[in-house]
Design a protein around this ligand. Structure first.
Ligand SMILES: *Cc1c(COP(=O)(O)O)cnc(C)c1O
Length: 365
């Protein structure tokens, strides 16, 4: 062993050494349909105005860590109930990390539970924080297996349960009554996090139900709305619970440029909302066209992506890659055989995807 290998063996946690890491493929020259990004930019006049505001950013100073103005705008514009505040994160990825860090107690077993397949950062963050992760498979129709979830809650007494609403990578909304029963089942013993990353498209929410459940956290992000590059997530919960999480948050976790860009975007929500409506309509069109292809099944989606079952996902993805179209292969995910996930994009990119898929299904590259 070289001395650097010895150093790593002696210092880095064995589970971290084993980890593959979150792989983000190089997308230059590709049609990028693998990360649920909004393909539309802000109109040029708005970007010019944003540029002027960013020119005035006080970048020689640390951010003011209370983030009062931005938080007030988030609360006022995004439906946070009266009396509730938010915590901001460097993307909701950081908020997940904050919650698991706060719950990863050392004095007894601490568990994160989620239906699977789920957003990979739930299990990844849990394990990095030293928590156990328990995944409960969805039913074959992609609905929550409520009985299995309740049994797992009784058995493992999870500190945190994550429910993405709609779910990623499946795209469907779980039954809200089933979710409420799961949240209630944990009451004083576990925190239920409803991850509404796709709220701009699904519109349906648990945010207004915060007063009903003391153990509920509602988490969202500006990423899927069209601001993935600025990295801003937010979450709300009972103020006493939020105050605990806030102690774990790095004080300057949202930078001043993000703060200015987010405030600007919130002042122009109408533009972003219209883009989301366009994408919803495009999703339904794309779903209908996919459904007409032989051997292809499309699953219902309330998000800006579609999960699609094909005869051979590995082959389709390899063929699509050769055609310079990036999609997500879900073959390694439980429950789903031969599924791919594709982000809904502009009409042009959607039809390029469709054409590439049609050609790929035939097995020709
Ligand atoms: C994309 C996604 C996120 C991550 O959002 P960021 O704010 O960009 O970190 C969180 N949860 C789910 C379910 C997602 O699909």
């Amino acid at each position: 062993m070289s001395s650097i290998d010895t150093l790593i063996a002696n210092t880095i946690r064995p589970d971290v050494q084993q980890l593959a890491g979150y792989h983000v493929p190089d997308a230059s020259g590709y049609i990028k349909l693998d990360a649920m990004e909004n393909p539309y930019e802000l109109p040029y006049e708005l970007r010019e105005e944003l540029g002027r505001r960013l020119a005035d950013a006080v970048i020689n100073r640390y951010p003011v860590p209370s983030y009062t103005t931005l938080k007030q705008k988030v609360c006022a514009r995004l439906g946070v109930p009266a009396g509730y505040d938010v915590i901001l994160g460097n993307g909701s990825d950081e908020l997940i990390s904050i919650m698991v860090t706060a719950c990863a107690r050392k004095d007894r077993r601490a568990t994160v539970l989620a239906p699977i397949p789920a957003f990979v950062m739930f299990s990844m963050s849990a394990r990095l924080a030293g928590m156990d992760f328990v995944g409960v498979p969805l039913r074959p129709d992609l609905s929550l297996d409520k009985e299995a979830m309740l049994a797992a809650i009784a058995e493992h007494k999870p500190a945190l349960v994550f429910l993405a609403y709609p779910n990623n990578p499946t795209g469907n909304l779980f039954n809200a009554d089933d979710m409420a029963e799961i949240i209630r089942a944990m009451k004083d013993t576990g925190i239920a996090v409803v991850d509404e990353a796709y709220h701009p498209f699904a519109k349906t929410t648990f945010m207004d139900r915060l007063p009903e459940f003391g153990n509920l956290v509602v988490m969202r992000t500006l990423s899927k709305l069209g601001l993935a590059g600025i990295r801003l997530g937010y979450m709300s919960a009972d103020p006493a619970l939020l105050a605990q999480f806030d102690k774990v948050r790095p004080p300057y976790n949202v930078n001043v440029l993000t703060q200015i860009a987010a405030e600007f975007a919130l002042d122009h929500m109408d533009v972003l909302d219209r883009q989301a409506e366009l994408l919803n309509a495009a999703r339904d069109e794309l779903a209908a066209e996919l459904a007409s292809l032989p051997g292809v099944e499309v699953f219902p989606s309330a998000a800006n992506f579609l999960m699609v079952q094909v005869p051979d996902a590995d082959q389709v993805c390899a063929n699509m890659l050769a055609k310079k179209v990036l999609i997500k292969n879900l073959v390694k995910m439980p429950v789903l055989a031969n599924c791919i996930r594709v982000t809904v994009s502009t009409p042009e990119e959607n039809s390029e995807f469709l054409n590439a898929l049609k050609a790929s299904l035939g097995g020709t590259t």
